[in-house]
Design a protein around this ligand. Sequence first.
Ligand SMILES: Cc1ncc(COP(=O)(O)O)c(C=O)c1O
Length: 480
Amino acid sequence: MARSPILRNTEISLYTQVEGLIKNWISDGTLQFGSRIPSVRVMSKKLNVSISTVNQAYALLEAHGHIEAKPQSGYFVKKTSQVSTPAFKSKALSQPRFVKDSSRNLDIVSACSNEKLIPLGGAVIHTSLLPMASLQKSLLKVIRQNPEKAMRYSPLGGIPELQKEIAKRTFDAGFVTKTDNVIVTNGCTEALNLALKSCTSPGDIVAVESPTFHGILRLIEDQGLKLLELPARSDQGIDLEAFAEKAAKFKIKAALVTPNFLNPIGSLMSDENKERFVQLCYKHGITIIEDDIYGELYFTPTRPLTLKSFDKQDKNYLCSSFSKTLSAGYRIGWVIPPETEKEKLLLYKSTNTSSTNAALQMAIADHLANHSYERHLRKLRQTIEKNFSLITETIFKHFPQGIKITHPKGGCLIWIEFSQDTNTLDLFEKALKKNISVVPGCAFSTTGKYMNCLRINAGVLWSAEVEKALIEIGTLAKTC
Ligand SMILES: Cc1ncc(COP(=O)(O)O)c(C=O)c1O
């Protein structure tokens, strides 16, 4: 019998592994759209696991919309999970240049945080999907137990208990760091800001994926850096060939990239490409600033590794935050710099925001240590993955024919490509009038490209109202 791909000596449950394996077979085409999948009995034999394990995996796959049971016939791959369109490939290739106009995105950014709008725009996780009550309990507890500590400035690098909890989590991301090498920041935004400041000087070239998060474009503009937008694909992230070519041609100082579930196209770089990318950067003396804010929102069987896990020479920065997993409003993030750069970074932190809110750091540290963060994350991932299926299904039913849509393996964002003549800035404005927020593609580049693309947030609490809003966007898109 062929060796089963299911691992025994791991913390990942057997049914999660079976579920992940089948999802991979669906996405790589091994299991064809509409085809019957092996019966529970056959699958249990094939994978050398129990019937109840396969039953659990099939139940999850069904709940998440990947497969469907047909009476007396068995399980079939559901059409919606297979409505796959070709990968999105950007062509944005620019020369390095100063950015002058990224502030034009302010209307779009404001719409993303306007709570009166139906939130299909901002990359925001609905509060009902977050552990609000237990975080509140933690906050009240730490303030009661240690009121003076909560009142004082936090140490520059952060509250040690929180640094320790963050350092522990890096193990899953594929590397180990010393507790005091974690610098707690005001969100991932400050982490990226400090990292950029620490490894570049005004006028230096910074390479990014295109499209990329509009906040990154603004940071590069703010620091007087030259931006180099490089093409990326929704099925593999940054184009390594294009990167190697530009690295040989220009003196790129830093690469600010999101290898795990790039905002907005959701791409995930393979481990092989991550390693190649780190080696290429070593070769050309380029410092990597890695944005891993979506790293824990994966639907793959295991957490994707970080670029930092391949950084054996400790040259690169890793930035992240709890904004997508616990609370965006608490503003707690972190940067893990190369050890040699730590002092410099702390100095920048002292002039940037001096310190991060002590009480909120203490609350998150308590939550991580004493509440079931892992269980919360598992539930959150399942909900978002289910939302992806529901949103995809609705889009395919109600949006104009011929669109392309991404199928990310994590994160919370879906990217839609309409026909070339669609104007999604127009769509954004029309949607605002209907109290719905979406983000037009042009926000993710300074080149004027992606005008026919749209980003949709899947971190929603799915409801009839959200579905109606999505259908409305589809109707409006036909007029833009
Ligand atoms: C890729 C990426 N990086 C950074 C941020 C900013 O994170 P924070 O709210 O923690 O500052 C976001 C927010 O959406 C993001 O998508």
